[in-house]
Design a protein around this ligand. Structure first.
Ligand code: NAD
Length: 345
C-alpha cells in the first residue's frame, strides 16, 4: 500500500512509519515539524526508496489537496496532533486548531481526492485517537467501544471532536473510515515532556523526579511498537465505520511505574543512592483523570492483535534505549517548555 502518514516525525507516527516501511509499504510522511517533531526518529528508514517526507500543515487546505493529487495514496493514517495534556491547559487554542480544524481540513482533502478517483472501496482513512475521550473510570470497569464520550481536558475534548468528525464523514459522505482509541504509549523516541522520559531524564540528572498528586492515577501502558502493529492491522483488517480500543492490559499507578523505572536505572546505571529517593510529589494537574483502562476484546477477537511485551519488558527496553541515545535527548531539551512545569491552570 502507498500510505500517507500524518505526524510521522512524532513519537507514535515515527514508529508507524518505521514498521510500515519494514513491512514493504510505501510511506509519505507528512509533518509540520512542530516542537514535538524530530526527523531523527525516522532516520533509520529515510534512505529507503519507499519513503518520502513532505513538510506541510494539515490545516493548509491547498497543501493537502496538492499532496493527495501529487502522491495518490491508497490510505491515510492520521496521527498529526497536538498531544500533551499539560500544554492543552496552558494553550487550548492550538489543540482546537490542529486536532479539530486540521482533521476537518484533512478529511475534506481526502474526501475530494477519493471522490475524484471514483470512490475506490479499498481506500482507508484511519484516524488515531486516544482512550482519554472516554473521560475517567473509578476503581473498577473498563472502557469499551460503547462507552460514552466524556472528555475532561482540552486535549481529550479536541480529540473527541476529531473522532466525531471522522465518524460523520464516514456516515454522511461514505468515506471509508476506521477509528482507533489507544491507551498511554511509551517507548523509544518519546518526547521528553511525557512522564516516562521525564522520569529517566530527571533521575539521571540528579534532579527531583516529579510525580503529580499522590501518584495514584492509573494508566494502561502500551509499548509504542505494539501500538504501531495494531494500527497497521486496523488499517488492513478493520471494519469500515468501526472503532477499536487498543490497550496494553498493563494497568499501573503512576507511582508504581516511576518506582519500576527507578529500579531498572538502579540496575543499569547505579548511583550513590537509589533513584527512588529523588521522587517528589508535586501539585496535581487540574482535572487529572483518575483511571483509564481498556477492554481490548474487539481488537483481540476481530483483528487478532495482542501486545507482544509486558510493561516490565517494555520499560526495560525503553530505559536501555534512552541510556544508549543520550544525544537524541540532548538535542530536544532546548525546545520551548521542555523541563518546565506546565499545565497548572
Ligand atoms: P507527538 O506530539 O509525539 O507527535 C505529533 C506529530 O504531529 C509531531 O511530529 C508534530 O510535528 C505533528 N503535527 C502537529 N501539528 C501538526 C499540523 N498542524 N500539521 C502537520 N503535522 C502536525 O504525538 P504522539 O504521542 O506521537 O501521538 C500521535 C497521535 O496518537 C496523536 O493523534 C495522539 O492524540 C494519539 N495518541 C497518543 C497517545 C500517547 O500516549 N502518546 C495515546 C493514544 C493516542
Amino acid at each position: 500500500m502507498k500510505i500517507l502518514v500524518t505526524g510521522g516525525a512524532g513519537f507514535i507516527g515515527s514508529a508507524v512509519v518505521r514498521l510500515a516501511i519494514e513491512r514493504g509499504h510505501e510511506v509519505i510522511n507528512l509533518d509540520a515539524l512542530t516542537y514535538a517533531a524530530c526527523l531523527e526518529n525516522v532516520a533509520s528508514v529515510a534512505m529507503s526508496p519507499n519513503y518520502s517526507f513532505v513538510q506541510a500543515d494539515i490545516r493548509d487546505a491547498m497543501a493537502m489537496e496538492a499532496l493527495f493529487n501529487g502522491h495518490q495514496p491508497d490510505a491515510v493514517m492520521h496521527l498529526a496532533a497536538e498531544s500533551h495534556v499539560d500544554r492543552s491547559i496552558d494553550g487550548p487554542g492550538a489543540f482546537i486548531e490542529t486536532n479539530v480544524n486540521g482533521t476537518f481540513t484533512l478529511l475534506q482533502a481526502a474526501r475530494s481526492y477519493w471522490e475524484a478517483k471514483g470512490r475506490p472501496a479499498a481506500f482507508r482513512f484511519l484516524h488515531v485517537s486516544t482512550d482519554e475521550v472516554y473521560g475517567t473510570l473509578g476503581a473498577t470497569g473498563l472502557f469499551t467501544e460503547d462507552t460514552a464520550y466524556a472528555p475532561n481536558s482540552p486535549y481529550s475534548a479536541s480529540k473527541a471532536a476529531s473522532d466525531h468528525l471522522v465518524r460523520a464523514w464516514g456516515e454522511t459522505f461514505e468515506l471509508p473510515v476506521v477509528i482507533t482509541n489507544c491507551s498511554n504509549n511509551y517507548g523509544p523516541y518519546q518526547f521528553p515532556e511525557k512522564l516516562i522520559p521525564v522520569v529517566i531524564l530527571n533521575a539521571l540528572a540528579g534532579r527531583p523526579i516529579p510525580v503529580y498528586g499522590k501518584g495514584e492515577n492509573i494508566r494502561d501502558w502500551l509499548y509504542v511498537e505494539d501500538h504501531a502493529d495494531a494500527l497497521l492491522l486496523a488499517l488492513e483488517k478493520g471494519e469500515l465505520g468501526r472503532s477499536y480500543n487498543i490497550g496494553g492490559e498493563n494497568e499501573a499507578t503512576n507511582i508504581d511505574l516511576v518506582r519500576k523505572i527507578c529500579a531498572i536505572l538502579d540496575e543499569l546505571r547505579p548511583s550513590d543512592a537509589p533513584y527512588a529517593d529523588q521522587i517528589t510529589f508535586v501539585t496535581d494537574r487540574p482535572g487529572h483523570d483518575l483511571r483509564y483502562a481498556i477492554d481490548p476484546t474487539r481488537v483481540r477477537d476481530e483483528l487478532g492483535w495482542r501486545p507482544s511485551v509486558t510493561v516490565d519488558e517494555g520499560l526495560r527496553k525503553t530505559v536501555e534505549w534512552y541510556l544508549a541515545n543520550g544525544y537524541w535527548l540532548d538535542a530536544l531539551l532546548a525546545r520551548h517548555g521542555v523541563g518546565e512545569r506546565l499545565g497548572q491552570g
